[in-house]
Design a protein around this ligand. Sequence first.
Ligand code: FAD
Ligand code: NAP
Length: 542
Amino acid sequence: MNGMNSPGRSGDVDFEVVVVGAGFAGMYLLHRLRNEGFSARVFEAGSGVGGTWYWNRYPGARCDVRSIDYSYSWDVELEQEWEWSEKFATQPELLRYANHVADRHDLRRDIQFDTKVDFARWDEVNRRWLISTSNGDTVSCGHYVMATGCLSVPKSSELDGIDDFAGNVYFSGRWPHHEVDFSGLRVAVVGTGSSAIQSIPIIASQASSLTIFQRTPNFSMPAFNGPNDAAEVAEVKENYPAYRREQRYSAGGVVRELPTKSAMEDSEPERRAHFEQGWKSGSLGGVIAAYNDIRVNQGASDLAAAFVHSKIRSIVNDQAVAEKLCPTNHPIGTKRPCLDTNYYQTFNEEHVTLVDLLETPIVGVTDSGIETSAESFEFDAIVMATGFDAMTGAVVAVDIRGVGGAELKQAWADGPRTYLGLCVSGFPNLFLITGPGSPSVLSNMMVSIEQHVDFVADCLVHLRDAGQTTIEADAGAEAEWVQHVVEVGDATLYPKANSWYMGANVPGKPRVFLPYVGGVGTYRLICEDVVDDGYRGFVLHA
Ligand code: FAD
Ligand code: NAP
């Protein structure tokens, strides 16, 4: 195979594997493919590596899974050497980490930056994918991997008139590379998801006034961020192999004791004390995983929600504002929960105003600000923290044509259909990393990314060793998996929320529960069993 090594334009060339995306998934995949001797080219729309951490540079951006957990496990020297400065590393630190990995493993020479993949067509005669990019490159490859990220396509603004606004509009997921200083400015933030909740306290510390436009209040817990505890880090590092193994077979990709008790079993004071312990743990699961039934039993869920409501009321001085901040229209944890630093406290500041869009919806944006059904607000800058076309957005943004010219977008018109979140029937030799139907966004994603990358790399080695060139999901196996994903999701409270997990944040997107909620460890065992059983559910061809 005549793989090209020059980092410039590819021209009309062949690779064994083309990977789209140079986030943590694409970077690790490139490393694995190289080590296995495959010729590979990565195409990346951005100008650098890091994916999420390249694009999301808004103030306060950081991970909310501890960095000792949210880090690569495949470079065992790096995991010993790297010192995370805080429990939850900032975006600049995470980007530094990604760049360090790229340098350390000389990844950039096979990554073509500033190049968006637009089109991919399965060539049935030659049994290869033909890929076209925004730069006019066309390449062919035996296998085509979408490492395009679950949260990489920001939603476009749904606000009428946004282009007329005379000030600057910033999207959290496409933040400028230069420093943005809001000092002395009248700033609006639209949205109250994780990105907004991280950035609001920092923007408030700069702006002369900050107005937050909230459609749905979110459950947020304090991060209690700070420097890592040296003794704890030393202990984890000493036991990293066992620790990583435990992560891989855990429920959510993090090491934690699983609750065995129902919230209904404890008395009110016991429950309060237990929730308090969860609140103080500074972790996403603290309150939500305090009992084993909070995401499956409405009664248990209501108890946990009531605890968080009481916390919000105790932090926020103005009780009318506190009530607006208390989420009541979805069960706790069914929209992605948030970890914050002084989020609720920010609403005690004189210059911070909360606008409840459920009471007074946005009518539109004018040249000078935002108009709701009740009031006109004037701003110098608007921050859109309105989220992403999650899990499917980046996949269907590429015009992908499989067997018989079938369009992937069309095949997914009623919701994504995959086998194991990895492959799609009718689209041979196409792999998705952390695709819909896999645990992905319900986990510490580093664990899920590594599992999928290893699955794909091992599979390509298997095909090569067996003299086979093509692998495709069997339609029956895919249908069964899709059904299983729905059934497992329906056994929880997740479908009750208008969340991005349900596709409900994007107008017109089919309402389908996108990730697999069966757990990281369970899912891994299923994948291992599939492989041990000769890639059960896949059709392999010479
Ligand atoms: P990404 O990092 O999204 O990378 C995908 C890359 O593909 C992007 O660089 C994109 O430009 C490129 N791309 C997409 N389409 C194309 C195309 N057609 N052509 C060329 N290039 C393309 N997860 C956690 O587990 N813990 C956290 O604490 C956490 N925090 C997060 C914070 C934020 C602000 C966000 C947005 C997400 C967070 N996540 C977190 C999820 C995060 O996305 C994953 O953890 C992980 O970084 C995803 O890596 P990836 O390589 O799969 O995708
Ligand atoms: P998000 O969770 O989808 O939040 C978007 C917010 O914008 C929601 O409050 C949403 O309201 C609101 N919104 C969307 N469209 C709107 C409209 N047209 N008008 C008014 N309001 C609108 O997006 P995000 O905050 O970027 O986070 C996305 C995911 O990325 C997170 O869930 C998480 O997985 C990850 N993330 C993690 C961290 C971290 O702490 N490590 C930080 C940021 C992001 P509705 O709820 O009503 O739709």
